[in-house]
Every structure is written in structure tokens, then in C-alpha cells.
Design a protein around this ligand. Sequence first.
Ligand code: AKG
Ligand code: FE2
Length: 347
Amino acid sequence: MTALRTFELPDSVSGTTVDRILGRQLVRTWETDGIFQVAATGEQDRTTGEALAASRRFFARSLPEKAKFVSDLTYSGYIASGEEVTAGEADYSEIFTVCPDVPLADTRVAEGWPCHGPVPWPDEDYRAAMKNYLHEVGEIGEKLLKLVALGLGADLDQLTRLTRNGWHHMRVLRFPARSATTERGIGAHTDYGLLVIAAQDDVGGLFIRPPVPGEPRNRNWLPEESTAGMYQDEEPWHFVEPEPRVFTVFPGDILQFLTGGRLLSTPHKVRLATRERYTLAYFHEPSFGATVRPLSSEDGDDEYIHYGTHFTNMFTRCYPDRVTTQRIHQEERLVTLDRLRARSLSG
Ligand SMILES: O=C(O)CCC(=O)C(=O)O
Ligand SMILES: [Fe+2]
């Protein structure tokens, strides 16, 4: 792979021949490169700039001040550098996670659904900048899912019917400059959902692993097949050169599962640079209660992923000591999750 391919998205996707051709190109590019870029519109570029600026202002605050923005109901909020662990090793990214902002009065919060609660926003400006950004990338996500469905030979809405009320979330990241002791930003991993749509500043540090013919890949949704740390120090890794006015897009675990491994969840890792780095990693996801089955599944196949269970498993694994994880265990919220899953399977 040399330079990444960049695609322009149409204003709307309705299943025309042109849409189908574009969808096939997107799928083929993922099959060979594991990633492509989408050109940002003027509005998307402006919104990205505002979200990155709000992020810089927030991360510039003192550590004790930032550390207040944590919740024991939701994984939304602040994660200090060194707090997150990938494959047993600390990551040096500093993060503000934005999960769906579910008000306390919502029945799902009252019923103790794991991971549900209000985002502990640092302030109104930050909230507005992130909500605007989430709206823009959310629209890109929906268009891409329709195009990819067409590209895979499925119906236009076969993927987007999973994302009604999608559990979309985002990691707003800052990476410190590298030090004499470490270059580790984030260890090799895959992300959990359908699409990873990311924007980065001009510093650089992201590497992705393209598909390698014949190379075994784990199924990250299975407890015994974590992708964390896999192939960390083995080539090939492709440096994602920062480019202005683009989003980078690759598949997450759920798309690998849905396509029976035709599309692979793209492994990636971050190396610290000589300067600090700011990025926005957005995850376009099924709804929390969705039961996902392979596109080719036939009656009688019982393979499925309950997305809310997958999300909760991944976050409790990533943050074993966080107050959110402690509360899930103390209040036996996994039992509530079992009930939800059973209900979703019988319904
Ligand atoms: O900073 C980046 O470019 C990627 C971050 C990432 O992989 C993540 O937050 O999951
Ligand atoms: Fe990631």
C-alpha cells in the first residue's frame, strides 16, 4: 500500500447504480488496505476544528480538575495518562470518552442498565463542540453503512437497521510527546463496533495493520481471542500520514463478525511523537440492545453478538479498576444485562 485512497461521499445514498459501484470500491479498498479516507465537507472540517480546539482547552486544565469528570454509571468521562491498559501494559493517551448521554430520569438508568448514565461534561462549550462533531460523523457513519451494505451485496438498510438508536461513542484523545522512557501511545488493538471514523491533527503517530493473506486474526468478541497486543512488533504496519480535511475509516469487530471475516477489524496502534498529538476517534455502533447475526446466517444458525454485552465486556476488561466497573460488579448489573440479552433473543 502506498498512499491511502480518499473517497467523496454523495449527499444521500438511496441504492442507485452509482451508490452500488462506490460501495464495492469501499469494500474492496478495506479488503486490500484495511483503511480508506473520506473527504470532509467544509462544515465537517469546521466542526472538527472546533472539537479539537475544545479538546485542547480541556486537556490544558490541571490533573485534579480533569479527574473530577468521572461517573460510576457510565464510562463517559476522563481517563488519565497511564490509566488505560492494553494487553497488560499501560497506554499513555489521555482521554475524554463520550458515550450516549442518558439522563438520570431515563428508565434504563433507573433500572440499573450497565454503562447508562449522563456524560459528566466539563462545561457547556465542550458539550456543544462534541455534540456538533458527533452529529457530523454520525451522518458519515450512516451513509457509509448503506454504501458498504450495497458493496457487500446486501440490502441498503441491512446494516443501518442495527444502528437505530446506535450506541455511538467517541474517544477524545491527547498523546503527550514521547519521553526518554517510553514511545508507547496505545498498544495494538481493534475497536469494538461497526466503523471507526477518526480525525487527527498534523503530528502523526497512528499505524494500522492491513489484511495479510493467510494471517490468522482473532475474533475480539470472544473472551479467549482478544486482539489486544497482537502482532504489536511484527511487520507490516502502515503509518497513517496526517492529511488535512479527511477522516480515516476502518472496520471494527462487529463488521468482521457480520461478514464472517471477509472484512477484518483493522488492528492499529499509536506511537508517541516528538510533539503532543490530538485526535478524535469516533465509533459508529449498533444499539445497546441489538442482537447481531452474520449477514449470511440462515434459519437455525445460533451465532450472535448481543452488542450491549460485547460493549460492557470490552469496557470492564479495559478499565478493571474504574468506579464504573466496581459499581457494575457491586450492584450485579451483569445480571440486568443477562436479562436484557434473554429478552432481546426471545423478542
Ligand atoms: O489516536 C488515534 O489515531 C487512534 C486512537 C485509537 O485507536 C482509539 O482511541 O481507539
Ligand atoms: Fe482504536
